[in-house]
Design a binder for this molecule. Structure first.
Ligand code: CP
Length: 318
């Protein structure tokens, strides 16, 4: 595997899920693969789970790990070509990327959407430059439009918990005080649609996602109706995607918060969220603390999704 930015990069999804469960059962079995190999993780944005789980996965595989927080201690980076660099950005990505590539064997990049210019975000300019200029396998640790390590972990978690072969999975928008990217929702839809599960997406009008990610899902504007008979509720906030509202918060309607009354409409559904989560905005305390909340095993599976991706990359550069 040379890059991992979307569901297509994982190949056969059933096979990837089978491999994930095998890796989970014996996560140190491939320690020889990473001997004398170095992972560089580059963060343009904050992280708890991605940082720790990916580092742990790399250590399981015997790798050395370096972490660069671009906004803490590194030179400020210019990302656009043609800019006269007379401001506060001392270095251009076009030099920084091959330099970083020269110190490592695999690169992970976290670079969120700026939410100002939709074209710029949806072209994935930052991670695409790493793929083009680093000379190394590159994987996304959440880019502008997708979060594939999260989605892979989400599907591992659903596989582990599903009670029927084809569960009903509901992706629900929920309120949040700040504008968030669409990446987790886009990516979750893309991965679920590649599986055999039924996908229903529910959100207020105005929060439609890019159809490229949701084609094949049922869109239901009535959240309560969407929850009926659901086996999994996946909550997430995202900002508007469409037109001039791109990147804006259009609603903070707490009637969309996932609570016990709505969960009672489901088929005793499991509650999922990628974390971090704003309690009593996205989900009430009682729902996230209930035995049917699987947010912790979901986060724990981030180690496994990262290990499968790194293992596949290491197998190719051996
Ligand atoms: N879910 C997730 O990616 O968490 P972090 O932002 O803490 O890495």
């Amino acid at each position: 595997m040379k890059k991992f930015t979307c569901v297509e990069d994982i190949g056969d999804l059933k096979e990837a899920l089978r491999e994930a469960l095998e890796v989970k059962a014996n996560r140190f079995a491939y320690k020889h693969l990473g001997e004398n190999k170095t992972l560089l993780m580059i963060f343009f944005n904050s992280s708890l789970r991605t940082r720790l789980s990916t580092q742990k996965a790399a250590m399981n595989l015997g790798m050395n790990v370096m972490v660069l927080d671009v906004n803490q201690g590194a030179w400020k980076l210019e990302t656009e070509r043609g800019v006269v660099m007379d401001g506060d950005k001392a270095e251009h990505l076009l030099e920084a990327i091959p330099v970083m590539g020269s110190y490592c064997d695999i690169i992970g990049v976290r670079s969120f959407a700026g939410l100002k210019d939709r074209n710029e975000d949806y072209e994935e300019r930052v991670i695409e430059q790493f793929i083009k200029y680093s000379g190394r396998p590159v994987f996304s640790m959440e880019a502008a439009t997708r979060h594939p390590l999260q989605s892979f972990a989400d599907l591992i978690t659903i596989e582990e918990h599903k009670r029927i072969e084809r569960p009903k999975v509901v992706l629900t928008w929920a309120p949040h005080p700040k504008a968030l990217p669409q990446a987790v929702a886009n990516s979750f839809a893309e991965w679920v649609l590649k599986s055999d599960y039924e996908l229903v997406i529910t959100h207020p009008k105005g929060y439609e996602l890019d159809e490229k990610f949701t084609r094949g899902a049922t869109i239901e504007y009535d959240q309560r109706k969407a929850f009926e008979g659901a086996d999994f509720i996946y909550a997430k906030n995202w900002s508007a995607y469409e037109g001039e509202n791109y990147g804006k918060v259009l609603s903070m309607d707490k009637d969309w918060t996932v609570d016990a009354e709505k969960m009672a409409l489901t088929n005793n559904a499991y509650f999922m969220h990628c974390l971090p989560v704003r309690r009593n905005m996205i989900v009430t305390d009682d729902v996230i603390e209930a035995p049917t909340s699987i947010v912790i095993p979901e986060a724990a599976n981030r180690e496994i999704s990262a290990e499968v991706v790194l293992k596949r990359m290491l197998e190719e550069i051996k």
